[in-house]
Ligand binder design. Structure first.
Ligand SMILES: Nc1ncnc2c1ncn2[C@@H]1O[C@H](COP(=O)(O)OP(=O)(O)OP(=O)(O)O)[C@@H](O)[C@H]1O
Ligand SMILES: O=C(O)c1ccc[n+]([C@@H]2O[C@H](COP(=O)([O-])O)[C@@H](O)[C@H]2O)c1
Length: 210
């Protein structure tokens, strides 16, 4: 599950944990991007966003952080990341990329997007505020690749799209950044360890007045 994670919040974390439990896998990986290719570069460095991811999962063995994009010199294109993962796990191991609905609907704008489903499955998580209104191209992709039986994800290395509704949590990193900039506490929307880090590092305009 890749993301800018600026900062990581409970919407991300709950999503990752519920997916782990639903799929019955040992671990789900959180993969912060260093240089997001599709949005303004965040003021927080890749290292700072990775540090917040690591703090948020320190006591949850079912979630792990992957630092390959943060440590890479290349822009954070998912196709490059998936190729790197493939080199590690080989051609036959199933790989599943987790995306929120907003990210999934932007797929035709991604770098070499036609190759993504040759490299992985895509698990799309419904997200409050984002209705599934696909363009014609996305409708074709869904028709060609969509499955409803999650067990099929384990029978092939790539190529399926599956949708999943989880506990709807209407939390966004934008909301967290705005709260802090307005001197309001984001407590209970992000893990305490992440909030402590933000205060120590004075991120997002935190002024220690909250
Ligand atoms: N509350 C949520 N529920 C489900 N999926 C989410 C939620 N928040 C983010 N995601 C998904 O997690 C991935 C990483 O998201 P990202 O780091 O951009 O967070 P964000 O909250 O969307 O940030 P921002 O507000 O800065 O755009 C994306 O695929 C996104 O769709
Ligand atoms: O590879 C691309 O062109 C591309 C374009 C847009 C988004 N992504 C990836 O999608 C994931 C979610 O992005 P974001 O901005 O919602 O955090 C994250 O891993 C991004 O690197 C990737």
């Amino acid at each position: 599950m890749g993301g800018t994670f600026d900062p990581i919040h409970n919407g991300h974390l709950r999503t990752a944990l519920e997916i782990k439990q639903w799929l019955g896998v040992a671990q789900v990986t959180l993969l912060p991007s260093k240089v997001p290719v599709h949005r303004q570069q965040p003021a927080r460095s890749g290292e700072q966003r990775l540090a917040m991811v690591k703090l948020s999962i320190a006591d949850e063995p079912g979630l792990i952080a992957d630092d390959r994009e943060v440590l890479s010199d290349e822009a954070s294109y998912s196709v490059l990341t998936l190729e790197s993962l493939r080199r590690e796990v080989g051609d036959t191991t199933p790989v599943c990329m987790v995306l929120g609905m907003d990210s999934y609907l932007s797929l035709p704008h991604w770098e070499r997007w036609q190759e993504l489903l040759d490299l992985c499955h895509i698990l799309v998580v419904k997200r409050p505020g984002w209705v599934y209104q696909p363009c014609e191209l996305m409708q074709q992709i869904s028709r060609r690749h969509e499955i409803t039986d999650k067990d099929k994800l384990f029978n092939s290395p790539a190529g399926h799209v599956i949708f999943r509704e989880l506990t709807p949590l209407s939390i966004s990193a934008t909301q967290i950044r705005n709260l802090i900039a307005a001197d309001q506490s984001p407590r209970y929307l992000i893990p305490d360890a992440v909030w402590d880090f933000i205060q120590q590092q004075k991120l997002y305009g935190f002024e220690s007045k909250i």
